[in-house]
Design a binder for this molecule. Structure first.
Ligand code: NDP
Length: 232
C-alpha cells in the first residue's frame, strides 16, 4: 500500500489530497496545525482507518521532531508539502505599505517549511517505494510570469521555494528520491477565492495523474497540475 504524508491537510487542497489518496486505499498521514478543530479531516479519518491525524505546524522544529519520532518505523513513498500562506491577498500591500513581519512569516511557512519537513522525513523517504517529494508552489513564484506589481512576499517565497527545491532534487537524485514542484492551478479554496476557475477535486486529480506518470528524468521540474511545464 502506498504511504503518503500531507501537510496543511485540514482544508483546501490539502484536505482534497487526503480524500483522493484515501480513495485510492493508500495509507495517509494527514498533518495539520490543529487536529482537534479539523472537523472535515476527522470525518474522513472516522470513515477510513487508513487515515491518521498528526499535529504539525511546519514552522515549528520541535513539532517536526515529534512527528518524525512518532513515525520512526514508517516508510513514506509520497510527501506532499502543501501547507502555505498568502497574506497579501491580491496586491493589497503596495510599496509603502509592506508588512515585513508578514513577509518573514510567509518565508517561514512557504519556503523554510517544506525544506524542514523534507529534510526531517528523508529517513522515511529512503525506505519508500519510488519515493517522491512534492512541493506545492505557484505560478506566482515564476519570475518569467511576473507581469504586474505587488504580492512581493508570496511571489518571493515561492520563487525561493522553487530555487531551493530544484537544488534539493539534484542532491536527492543519487538516493533515488524524486522531487517535483507543482503549481495546482488557480483553485477555489480559502486562498484561491470563490472566482477561481477550478475546484480542488480537478486540481488534485490532475496532480495525482502526473504523479502516476512520474519518471526520474522529470525530477527537479516545475509543472502545472495538468503536467505542462512552467517557466522559471
Ligand atoms: P488554503 O488557505 O485553503 O489552505 C492552506 C493550508 O495551509 C491550511 O490547511 C492551513 O492550515 C495550512 N497552513 C498554513 N500555515 C501553516 C503552518 N504554519 N503549518 C502547517 N499548516 C499551515 O490554501 P490552498 O489549499 O489553496 O493552498 C494549498 C497550497 O497551494 C499552498 O501552498 C498554496 O500556496 C498553493 N497554491 C494555491 C493556489 C490556489 O489558487 N488555491 C494557487 C497556487 C498555489 P490552518 O487551517 O491551520 O491555517
Amino acid at each position: 500500500m502506498h504511504r503518503v504524508l500531507i501537510t496543511g491537510s485540514n482544508r483546501g487542497l490539502g484536505l482534497e489530497w487526503v480524500r483522493q489518496c484515501a480513495g485510492r486505499e493508500w495509507r495517509v498521514f494527514a498533518t495539520c496545525r490543529d487536529p482537534d478543530s479539523a472537523v472535515d479531516l476527522q470525518d474522513l479519518a472516522d470513515q477510513d482507518s487508513s487515515v491518521s491525524l498528526h499535529p504539525l505546524d511546519v514552522t515549528d522544529a520541535s513539532q517536526i521532531d515529534d512527528l518524525t519520532e512518532s513515525l520512526r518505523d514508517e516508510r513514506i513513498d509520497l510527501l506532499v508539502n502543501n501547507a502555505g500562506v498568502y497574506f497579501e491577498r491580491w496586491g493589497k500591500d503596495p510599496v509603502g505599505h509592506i508588512r515585513y513581519d508578514q513577509w518573514e512569516e510567509t518565508f517561514r511557512v512557504n519556503t523554510l517549511g517544506p525544506m524542514r519537513v523534507t529534510e526531517a522525513l528523508l529517513v522515511h523517504l529512503n525506505r519508500g517505494e519510488r519515493p517522491l517529494v512534492l512541493a506545492i508552489t505557484s505560478h506566482m513564484g515564476s519570475i518569467a510570469d511576473i507581469d504586474s506589481p505587488r504580492d512581493y512576499a508570496y511571489r518571493s517565497s515561492k520563487a525561493a521555494l522553487n530555487a531551493a527545491i530544484h537544488g534539493v532534487a539534484h542532491e536527492l537524485k543519487p538516493r533515488g528520491i524524486g522531487v517535483l514542484l507543482l503549481h495546482p492551478g488557480w483553485v477555489r479554496t480559502r486562498m484561491g477565492g470563490a472566482s477561481a476557475p477550478i475546484g480542488p477535486e480537478e486540481s488534485v486529480r490532475g496532480m495525482l495523474a502526473f504523479v502516476d506518470c512520474y519518471e526520474p528524468n522529470l525530477s527537479g521540474g516545475f509543472f502545472r497540475y495538468d503536467g505542462t511545464r512552467m517557466p522559471w
